[in-house]
Every structure is written in structure tokens, then in C-alpha cells.
Design a protein around this ligand. Structure first.
Ligand code: AMP
Ligand code: ZN
Length: 114
């Protein structure tokens, strides 16, 4: 999508600190980090959110979650723990309508969220 900020990151039109990439997903540091670790794991394909996802997209999401777990092990904070967040729609606080999973960690996190 031409006016989607995350599609522009995928296309290399907007810079990002990319920490992982393969043919179907990308991970980059959040521009407004909420912890020592705050990485966005996104589909390369433009999927607006869970409400718009197809069967194929849900299979991709499984692979994205697997990569998040792998990344946390690789970076050494898997045992300390972390949070994976997917915001959907206005009540969910979604600001960017391109599927993404926040990986937040590196500090104890509060629960419940606001
Ligand atoms: P959400 O509210 O779930 O849609 O979250 C959108 C996230 O994208 C926020 O945490 C923003 O800080 C982050 N974000 C927005 N623009 C950029 C960007 N250009 N590079 C990295 N992260 C971004
Ligand atoms: Zn997009």
C-alpha cells in the first residue's frame, strides 16, 4: 500500500534499524521504544490487522511468533521474559494498520495495560 509507513520500511523508502529479515517478514526497532527491547515484527505483505487476515496469513503469523521466540533466545532475554502485543482497531489502540507484533522486554512490565 503506497501510503502505509510499514510498507515503506519494507520497500526501503523509510529507514529502520532492521534486526531480522527473510522473504516474508521483517523485524526492526520501534521508533518510540517502551523498554530496553522494543522490536516490531511485521509481515512483508500488507495485511491491515487480524480482522483482515486469511488462513494463509494466520500460518505466517505462526512463523512470526516462532521467530520472535528465536530472537529472544538469541538476544539472551527469553528466560527473563518479554511481552508480545498485537493491537487491533480503535479500541485496541492500533495506530499503524499493517500487521505487526510488538516484542517488548528488557525490564519488568506492568499488567494490566491501561
Ligand atoms: P500500534 O499502536 O500497535 O499500531 O503501534 C505502532 C507502533 O509503530 C508504535 O509503537 C510506533 O512507535 C511504531 N512506529 C511508527 N512509525 C515507526 C517507524 N517509522 N519506525 C519504527 N517504528 C515505528
Ligand atoms: Zn503496509
Amino acid at each position: 500500500m503506497s501510503d502505509c509507513i510499514f510498507c515503506k520500511i519494507v520497500a526501503g523508502e523509510i529507514p529502520a534499524k532492521v534486526v531480522y529479515e527473510d522473504d516474508e517478514m521483517m523485524a526492526f526497532e520501534d521508533i518510540n521504544p517502551q523498554g530496553p527491547v522494543h522490536v516490531q515484527f511485521i509481515s512483508k505483505r500488507h495485511i491491515p490487522n487480524l480482522n483482515e487476515a486469511t488462513e494463509e496469513d494466520f500460518e505466517l503469523m505462526g512463523r512470526i511468533l516462532k521467530q520472535i521466540a528465536r530472537y529472544s533466545r538469541q538476544e539472551g532475554f527469553s528466560e527473563a521474559g518479554y511481552r508480545v502485543v498485537n493491537n487491533v482497531g480503535p479500541d485496541g489502540g492500533q495506530e499503524v494498520y499493517h500487521l505487526h507484533f510488538h516484542l517488548i522486554g528488557g525490564r519488568p512490565l506492568q499488567w494490566p495495560p491501561g
